[in-house]
Design a protein around this ligand. Sequence first.
Ligand code: SF4
Ligand code: SF4
Length: 131
Amino acid sequence: MIMPLINGLKITLKHLFMKPVTLQYPDERPTPSPNYRGLHALKVSHNRAKCVACYLCPTVCPAKCITVEAGEDQNHDKYAERYEIDLLRCIFCGYCVEACPVDALKMTDQFELANYKREDFVFVKERLLEK
Ligand code: SF4
Ligand code: SF4
């Protein structure tokens, strides 16, 4: 009769002196795992986005939240004139990054994505460029 009570107390005492697993966010910030899939970033090379507007990422995206419009520069090379990701629809699966043939896209560890207006969740090319 008394043993379950003692066992329960033992567990309570053990947890009382353990290091807390919760963080006092936002004063304490977590370090995301290296594999964390947060906000996307378009990689930059030679002062412009590496994206060659091949349309593979919008094709594989299961949420259909990527919009790409191709442009052509003076050397007839394609580039993304428009590149947008609607984060309200994105499920952060990472397929877009895997599909990119030129490694132009990555997912960062940025997880603080809350916002007030719907339009602020649409990340246009300028907002996605790697800083
Ligand atoms: S992470 Fe997934 S859902 Fe989000 S844009 Fe990429 S492919 Fe689409
Ligand atoms: S798959 Fe890569 S190169 Fe193709 S449109 Fe997407 S980001 Fe650009």
